[in-house]
Design a protein around this ligand. Sequence first.
Ligand SMILES: [Zn+2]
Ligand SMILES: [Zn+2]
Length: 266
Amino acid sequence: MKLVTRAEWGARPPKQSWTYVASTQGVKVHYEGDPVPADLVSHHEWCAGRVRDIQAAHMADTSQGWIDIAYNCVVCPHAYVFEGRGLHHETGANGNQPLNVAHYAVCGMVGNSGLTQPTNDMLNGIRDAIEWLQQQGGAGPEIKGHRDGYPTDCPGDPLYAWVQRGAPRPGGGSRGGSAGGSAAPPWPGEYLRLQDPLLNDANVRDWQQRMADRGWPITVDGWYGSESRSICEQFQQDSTAHGWPLTVDGIVGEQTWNATWQRPVS
Ligand SMILES: [Zn+2]
Ligand SMILES: [Zn+2]
């Protein structure tokens, strides 16, 4: 599973503590409802910003009184699972409190115009999120749509048809659960750091691109400036907090380079 943690996508903290849930009957699938740009499928670099926008919109919605992004996870067209409220926290998305206690909520990044059809990668990502919530969050076997039990179009007809078929993985295969990240390119032997910055350094650019793919708000320009150093430090702290200890020094040495590609994602 390609999990993008809250720190990686730049989540704001919740307004107040989430409500703990030990277990649920299962998961309800949602969509954004609003227009989603059709060319999002070829622009993963937009996805983390979209999740930040969803969180900001939810937290600004005074009619709902949401303390945070309402979903437990948001899944983009490229199979990345963005951590929302995450495991063991009550969702705010299912319509009312009894419905929120009964099921977790996973949102696919499709809308009611533009991008309306989920990609196979998105379906695999939603399936990854559901299995993560089942295996580590106490979710039961039910997979339903937001419209089950609540009057709404959500999650849209294409996603709902997939839910009604039992939410199968495209092609019927399994992705093998919590597989790790990508194979790392060889360590270039060059320490990437804020020192004698080289414009358009190819190794810096490769590292920045990978960090952007992981959801970090980083500029991919081949220049290791203060932004890259800050994000490197945040990645090192976040990795350490997720069981992949790294020295927090803002320098991309061999261990940080490898973790950028290989760090297990859940
Ligand atoms: Zn919904
Ligand atoms: Zn994406």
